[in-house]
Structures are given as C-alpha cells and as structure tokens.
Design a protein around this ligand. Structure first.
Ligand code: AHR
Length: 659
C-alpha cells in the first residue's frame, strides 16, 4: 500500500515536472540573419466553393444574363397563359460575349407573368440595408410595367420597387431598394404588369455597401476579413481554375475585363469535380474579373500575383496541352496582361484599364506561369514563356510550379529542371495531414539556397473528415500549420511568399475543405487557421533573428516550436511559440541586448484543449486572447497554455512608421 502510494506520488511528480520544468529560450535581436519579404504572408484566391459568384463578388442574382447553357438556370418562369411568350434570343449585335437576351411577350392585361430568381442558395438581405436593383431592357411593343420584389420563403415581401414603363432602345434601368427585414434565403420576383413586350438582360441586385464602396464591388464582411490579414500579396484567379478541365474552358483574363454587362462566362471547373459535392449550377460570370482582382490587391495594400495559363489544362482532368508551335496566343495573353496592368494609357490594354477607371498602372511585379503543372510537358512550355516574358519584361518576377506534391519524383524532376532557369520563385504545394506539418517544421532549414526562392503557394493541414463542414478546420490543423510556419519564418531568407489554400467556402455550396474562411448568405466566420495566418502576417517583422533552446533551433523538442523576428519599423521583437503538448509549460525567454529597463510585452494566445475543436458560423469559440507580461532583467517569464500558439510582442522603442 505504502509502496503503491510512493509510486503514485513519483508518477504524478514526473508528469508535473515534465510539464512545469523551466524551459529557457534565448532570443538574440542583434543577430539579424536576413530580411523578411514584405510579401511573406499573402492570400490565395480561387473561385472554388462559390468563392466568387455567391461569395466575395457581391452580386446576388444567379445567371442574371441568361448565359448558362440552360437559360433558365436559377430562374422560375410563371407564365400561365399559353399565348404569352418566353424566348431566349441570341443577339450578337449588342455583345459578342454576352449574346443572350430574354424576350417577354404578354398578350393581356389581366394574366400573371413572373420571373423569380433563387440567387446563390437563396438571396440574403439584411434589415435596413440598401440594395441597387438594375437590369438592361428594351421596349418592344405595348406598355409593360415591372414590379421588383424580394420575398421571404413565407412569401412575405421585404423590398419592392417599380419601373412604370420600359420603352425605347436598350438602356440600363436602376432603382434603390431597402430591406425592411433580414432574409437568409429569399427570392427576387419580377412581375410583368400590363400588355406588351420587352427584352431584358443583366438582371442584378447589388448591396450598396461594398468593400471600399466600389461599384461592382465585393462583399464588405468577406473583404474586411481579408483586409484584417494585412496580406502581402493576392494570388488570383487560382488554382486549377487557371487550367480548366480542358483548354477551351481555361481561364482567359481578356474575357473578364471591360464593361461588366459584356463579359462572357464559362462553366466553373469545380462544378462536377466531386460527385458527392456536385454543383451543376456553378458557373463563372466574370463579374469579378482581372480588373477587380487588381483593384482588390491595391485596396488591401498587397502585391498582385496573377497566374496565367501556360497552354495546359488540368492534368488531373483532360491533361490537354497546346501544341508547342501553337503557344503564341497563350504567350500573347501573358504579355498583354502585363500591358493591361502596367502599360500607359496610350497602349491598347493600358487604355482599357483606364477606361475601366484606373488610369494609373497597377504596378504588377510578379506573374505565375501555370498552376500545378508537372512533368516534361510543363517544363518545355514554361521555358518558352520564360524566354518571351524575360525578354520583353526582365523586371517581372516569374513563379514556376513544382507540381501537386511536396516531394517525390515529379517534384524532384521539376526542381532539377528549373533550378538553373530564370524562374524567381518555385511554387510548392502541401495538402497533408497535421502530423506532416509538425514533422516538417525543419523542411527548409537545410534547403539548397541556390536557385529560385520558395513560394509556399498552397498549403493546409488536412485533418479527419467529419460531418460538419467547418469542422475540418480543426484546432489541431491550425496548430500544426503554426508549428510549420515557424519553420517558414525561420527560413524567410529563402521562403519569400506563403499562402494558405483555399481561401473561402460557402457553407451550402462548398466542394473542398478545409478553407480559411467559411461564410453563408449573411455572415462569415474566421477559422482557427485564419487566426494563425493573421498573427503571422500582422506580426511578420522585417528581419529574422534567432530563437534557440540550448543553442539549438526550436522545432519539436519538448513539443515546442519557435521563430523570432525583429520589426525595425515598429521597434519590436516578436516571438512566435507553439506548444503542441497537452500540458502547460513554464518558459523563460531571455532577450539579449534590451536596455535594462522594465518592459511590457503583449502576449497573444490562440488555443483550445480539444484538438477537434473548430469555429462554426454559429459559434466562433477559438479567438486570440491578449494579456500583458512584464519583462524584468530582459527575461519574459510566461506559462504557456497546453496546445497553444502564442505571439509575444516586445515594444523596445517607439514605432517608426504606422502599420
Ligand atoms: O486549393 C484547391 C486546389 O488544390 C487548387 O485549385 C489546386 O492548385 C490544388 O490542387
């Protein structure tokens, strides 16, 4: 009995001791090893999971221009009188890209004739918010009045406006609407009243409140979350969306610019990719096009990073490639894109940019050639692009791809072939289980420093699948990413850009998870992974400094991972620390070279005791919490919570520039 008790005491003491032993870390602000790229932490935008139409792009009407192959997709036509007509007319005189218009013919005053749009999994309106309804229309004969209503599922009306007459040639009709109540999944109903005939096109319902109040703009809440990340770059438009399932359906930026009512549309390559998450109504309207992406990057204070198709369709799908002697149009698209972004208003494409509202250049500095391409067919195409682009625009930095995997024969082959090329960055992707991220925190410590720099262009820790959509953004996945990112930061001399992927997912219309931000028709939630990205990005610093435990890099010993940076603009020393253990740890951080004053440090903690915890749209429980620490004799002493990510910010002088 006594022996048993002694054993028990010893056992608990060991646990207690292993959790509570004082761990000493040394941070050396005077030993700066490299600068950190201002573009270190950015965002990867792809139109997947209804991220563009139905998501970031604030338009609320689906298929408002009747261009979907089935012209009434998203619409319900109520035309009880057989004599009345509904016709979809291909009219190429108005636009070669948006060719269809709808003709409505109503033969009597008394009959009902309505068109109802379901939006993107419903239309979400917020009480007291203002919206703009618009459509293009032409009066054909008679006198038809249009009543516009937004209805709840109960049929209750929450917004209404009327156009008393539609007459004369094509023009835009607009009216403001104010929602008298909120609705999550409402519908827009157009009633044609009277007798006569009209043609209509480009039906639109748009919130007045968009990000930075841009017309044809972005959902303010979603773009606001992107803004809070303070991203260094915006990569667009993807992802596999760049490639298309086949070359005909590849992303062509020229179809996405110019007046919004003339833009074409194509099928979204994610619509039927996964049978279990099929979305046959998923198309790209291009209302959010390359001009808007450049504008977004500028509004976020980030560098634009467009990725262009390199004459290859998705190798997971058709794998179709353009013939080597037929690459010119693809290359021309790339060259013209640089002119669109940077050319003077005297140039063809610079003039188009100016006509869209941005005479000043967008100052494009980087371009990706191909997305997740692999093997010899990529290398030979990439090199042709590289030659043409570097000849005409030597100052533009090029991003080349290393394929879909973080290692293996295709990855090694791409690196071997491109190491001595003029590529400035190699794009590496890792979608792997959390354990891989913990185990690879040292991935770049011994990487070859010769050759292109690293763009960690797509990564996310893929935890187990569970039923609730947001649940795959588990706390464990976020913690694993944080641990791995300490390694990215420690190697910021080599790793110059990083982005989590994908960025956005609609809760009712997703294809791929995990994702950084989940949203529905009315609101959005930041995942734990989002907060990890935000803390790294908001406290990215300007220079790497060492943080060590017993003179070694801290990457897994005692279940701890750390990196440290100096922010010379803010006069801050910043330490990022991950504790993957289920016990708390007492640490002492010894900071060399601080003046002998008493300092205060901010400590920001993100944690959960449950590895499968997550933030849902209903309950965002994992949030950063902040507290103050005293630093005495250059020592910051803290008790680090179990399973946590901490950022310590030590302000050793006044900030030099505002963030
Ligand atoms: O992020 C989702 C997809 O993952 C991207 O489109 C592609 O590049 C990668 O395979």
């Amino acid at each position: 009995m006594i022996l048993k008790s002694i054993w028990k005491i010893t056992f608990f003491c060991c646990i207690f001791y292993s959790g509570w032993a004082q761990i000493k870390l040394a941070v050396k602000p005077n030993e700066v090893s490299s600068d950190i790229s201002p573009q270190m932490w950015g965002i990867f935008f792809e139109d997947i999971n209804f991220a563009a139409d139905g998501g970031l792009y604030a338009e609320l009407i689906k298929n408002g221009s009747f261009q979907f192959p089935i012209a009434l997709t998203g619409w319900r036509l109520n035309k009880p009188k057989p004599e009345d007509q509904w016709l979809v007319i291909n009219q190429q005189k108005r636009s070669l890209t948006n060719t269809r218009v709808a003709r409505i013919v109503k033969t009597t005053d008394s009959s009902a004739y309505t068109l109802t749009n379901e939006g993107f999994r419903g239309i979400g309106l917020l009480k007291n918010e203002k919206y703009n309804f618009s459509l293009w229309a032409k009066g054909v004969s008679g006198n038809l009045k249009l009543r516009i209503e937004v209805l709840k599922t109960t049929g209750a009306r929450i917004a209404m406006a009327e156009f008393n007459t539609i007459s004369g040639p094509w023009k835009k009709y607009e009216l403001p609407l104010t929602a008298t109540d909120s609705v999550y999944a409402g519908v827009l109903k157009i009633s044609f009243i009277g007798k006569g005939s009209v043609e209509i096109d480009n039906v639109s319902l748009f919130p007045v409140n968009t990000f930075k109040n841009r017309p044809n703009g972005l959902r303010a809440d979603l773009a606001g979350l992107l803004d809070s990340l303070k991203p260094g770059f915006v990569r667009f438009p993807g992802g596999c969306i760049v490639e298309g399932r086949d070359l005909q359906n590849r992303y062509q930026w020229k179809n996405t610019v110019g007046p919004v009512e003339n833009r074409g549309m194509i099928v979204n390559r994610w619509n039927m990719e996964f049978a279990r998450r099929a979305a046959p109504d998923y198309y790209q309207s291009f209302g959010l096009g390359f001009y808007e992406y450049f504008q977004l990057a500028e509004d976020l204070g980030a560098e634009p990073l467009p990725i262009i198709n390199c004459g290859m369709a998705c190798q997971f799908n058709s794998g179709e490639v353009a013939a080597m002697d037929e690459l010119d149009p693809y290359i021309q698209d790339a060259l013209d894109l640089i002119e669109f972004a940077n050319g003077t208003i005297q140039t063809k494409w610079g003039k188009l940019r100016a006509s869209m509202g941005h005479p000043a250049p967008f100052n494009l500095k980087m371009l990706g050639v191909g997305n997740e391409q692999w093997d010899a067919q990529y290398i030979e195409r990439y090199l042709v692009f590289e030659k043409a682009l570097k000849t005409k625009y030597p100052q533009i930095k090029l991003v080349a791809g290393s394929g879909p995997s973080a290692s293996g024969p295709l990855f090694d082959y791409a690196w071997k072939q491109l190491k001595t090329s003029k590529a400035d960055y190699m794009d590496e992707h890792y979608y792997l289980p959390p354990a891989w991220f913990f185990n690879n925190a040292k991935r770049y410590d011994r990487y070859d420093r010769e050759g292109p720099k690293i763009f960690a262009g797509e990564f996310a820790a893929h935890d187990k699948e569970e039923a609730i959509p947001e649940s795959r953004n588990s706390w464990l996945s976020a913690l694993a990413e944080a641990a791995f990112m300490t390694g990215l930061e420690r190697n910021a001399d080599l790793v110059r850009m990083c982005s989590y992927a994908p960025l956005l997912a609609h809760i009712d219309a997703w294809q791929w998870r995990p994702d950084l931000i989940w949203f529905d028709n009315l609101k959005a939630v930041a995942t734990p992974n989002y907060y990890v990205q935000k803390l790294f990005s908001n406290f990215k610093g300007t220079h790497i400094i060492p943080v060590t435990m017993q003179d070694s890099i801290l990457a897994g010993q005692d279940s701890l991972f750390a990196s440290s940076v100096l922010d010379k603009n803010q006069n801050q020393v910043i330490i990022k620390l991950v504790n993957m253990a289920r016990s708390s740890k007492k640490i002492e951080i010894h900071i060399d070279g601080l003046p002998p004053d008493k300092f205060q440090a901010r400590g920001i903690t993100l944690n959960s005791r449950l590895s499968n915890d997550f933030n849902s749209l209903k309950n965002a429980k994992i949030q950063p919490l902040e507290k103050q620490y005293d630093i005495l004799d250059s020592i910051l002493a803290a008790e680090v919570a179990p399973s946590s990510f901490q950022v310590f910010v030590i302000q050793y002088g006044s900030p030099k520039i505002s963030k």
